[in-house]
Write a protein that binds this ligand. Structure first.
Ligand SMILES: [Fe+2]
Ligand SMILES: [Fe+2]
Length: 164
């Protein structure tokens, strides 16, 4: 049976993952306005992944006899200062999510909740990948700088990202 504190923390994480999905969808919509359809496609895929993360936790809560309680989803940011600013915001957000996952691991340790601890391993590993890929696109766009030709090619590459 899931400890009440753990249940509450996991419910909060479900909200954060759904908010992440919402934020990336908002970012996709922003890139549509910049005519960067590859960037938009990339963040639409990312939005779906975040929703899947929320569902993974949803299932874990139920498997452990807990109750999922959904809260309101905050309005995400809708405008950024440019293409690079949006990518940087995504990287910062992933770092925030990693911290949140680490706090959940700390709580699982404190409560000696070994099954949630094992469950969270997947998220710890996923966050390494998430931060790595979010930083990689920032670095690439910084290299491109003001080159319109390179941006065109990069946008095309971004659009090739397939759902995991
Ligand atoms: Fe996530
Ligand atoms: Fe993520």
């Amino acid at each position: 049976m899931l400890n009440a504190k753990m249940e509450k923390a996991l419910n909060e994480q479900i909200n954060k993952e759904i908010f992440s999905s919402y934020l990336y969808l908002s970012l996709a919509a922003y890139y549509e306005t910049l005519n960067l359809s590859g960037f938009a496609a990339y963040y639409k895929v990312q939005a779906n992944e975040e929703y899947a993360h929320a569902m993974k936790i949803y299932d874990h809560v139920h498997t452990r006899g807990g109750k999922v309680e959904l809260e309101a989803i905050a309005k995400p940011q809708v405008e950024w200062a440019g293409a690079l600013d949006g990518l940087k915001a995504a990287f910062e957000h992933e770092q925030f999510i990693s911290k949140s996952i680490f706090s959940l691991v700390d709580l699982a340790n404190e409560l000696k909740d070994h099954s949630t601890n094992t469950f969270l391993n997947w998220f710890v590993e996923e966050q390494i990948e998430e931060e790595e890929s979010a930083l990689a696109v920032v670095t690439k766009l910084e290299m491109i700088g003001e080159s319109k030709n390179s941006l065109y090619l990069f946008d095309r590459d971004m659009g090739k990202r397939a759902a995991k």
